[in-house]
Write a protein that binds this ligand. Sequence first.
Ligand code: DQA
Length: 147
Amino acid sequence: DTILVLNGPNLNLLGKRQPEIYGRETLADVEALCRETATGFGLAVECRQSNAEHVLIDAIQEFRVGSAGIVINAGAYTHTSVAILDALNACEVPVIECHISNVHRREAFRHHSYISLAATAVLAGFGTHGYALAIRHLAHLRAGKTA
Ligand code: DQA
């Protein structure tokens, strides 16, 4: 069983980009954390990152049925993309929306998320640890737990 961990625009710069907001860990560090966490629950992860909206949509379509779920940090597309929302609405697997920063204590334009309309659960402000929490929750759902 595989979880898709999908990171959107500018998250390839993790560790270098506004470290006071996003921390010093790199995307490679985050992907290693995801792999390690999933392995602990007997799950696999496929980690993808793209700055291109259509590449993110293609990945969502690839994992929309039969996977163990999707963890998505859509970056700024969170606040703009009806196309990504539509792709997520076509998913039969749980979707966890993850933001490193607490978007709700930032600019007003970050307070609205199209992704949330299709998300099973939302994490914001947990730093990169949020990805591990998201994977833990997908494993929990996989085990048939609803609470
Ligand atoms: C982000 C928050 C978004 O508003 C921003 O555009 C990002 C990263 C986060 O992880 O905190 O690129 O999704």
